[in-house]
Design a binder for this molecule. Structure first.
Ligand code: BTN
Length: 253
């Protein structure tokens, strides 16, 4: 991690770094050195991490890469699985309110525009012994198509805000606006409305697509709704309702 400067954005203390390996790793490392909640934002991230130990490729000026360190309050501790959607729903809010763009969420938390991924989110727990001390919510947003690898090498089709007609000139402003949406959404984390809004933004409802359950087989399932614990209700091709705790959807065939 390069030596950074602390700035303030939307009630968040933000460590702004010129370059780092992964803002999620930094936030986890800093969790027991810095009191309270904070964010780490890197202009250049050279070893970004994705779900399932994958790499997250990003390029400076083409990507926004940052992580928020949350210290959930007692009420939020009852809804930890919802933090995974907090970033995604807040980005959907931002795109709708600021740019009139309808984005959707590929369960659990990839943000799509026109069926292509423009943002990936990685939620990680910080442990102190057997106690969960904090949560790190890492968000990567493709601002331009140059943010990601050759499309043929990707597991799911990708796109960017630029392709959707959004040219971001003021990166701190974008980050600040997204943080404002996160602060707002967080107030309703435990509500049924939070789940209803997640369902309303769910991508591929009514469509069968391949889903790979972790350490399991790939099969065709159709997403229907989301339960209060964040699990997905999906229909299999025999018409049975299945409850999915953890899995990854591929692009429709
Ligand atoms: C995924 O789609 O698999 C999740 C990608 C998450 C990437 C972000 S970029 C900021 C933060 N730092 C990381 O190392 N990863 C997350």
């Amino acid at each position: 991690m390069s030596k950074g400067e602390w700035i303030s954005l939307s009630d968040w203390r933000v460590l702004k770094l010129a370059e780092t390996a992964s803002t999620n790793t930094d936030a986890k490392e800093l969790a027991d050195q810095i009191a309270g909640e904070f964010a780490v934002w890197a202009i250049k991230q050279n070893a970004g991490r994705g779900r399932e130990d994958r790499q997250w490729q990003s390029n400076p000026k083409s990507s926004l890469t940052f992580s928020l360190l949350f210290r959930p309050n007692p009420d939020e501790l009852k809804h930890l699985s919802r933090f995974t959607a907090l970033g995604a729903l807040s980005l959907v809010d931002l795109l709708k309110d600021e740019y009139q763009i309808k984005a959707q969420i590929k369960w659990p938390n990839d943000v799509l525009i026109d069926g292509k991924k423009i943002s990936g989110i990685l939620l990680e727990a910080v442990w102190s012994g057997s106690e969960q001390e904090a949560l790190v919510l890492g968000i990567g947003i493709n601002l331009k198509n140059s943010a990601f690898a050759n499309e043929n090498e990707l597991r799911f089709p990708a796109s960017s805000l630029e392709t959707a007609g959004v040219v971001v000139e003021d990166l701190p402003k974008l980050l600040e606006k997204l943080m404002e949406k996160i602060n707002m959404r967080r107030k309703f984390l435990g509500s049924q409305k939070f789940i209803d809004d997640w369902i309303a933004s769910l991508a591929f409802k009514g469509e069968f697509l391949p889903i790979k359950q972790y350490q399991g087989k790939t099969e065709m399932l159709c997403p229907e709704s989301i339960n209060v614990d964040g699990s997905l209700n999906a229909r299999d091709q025999a018409g049975n309702l299945r409850i999915i705790q953890s899995a990854e959807f591929s692009a429709p065939l």
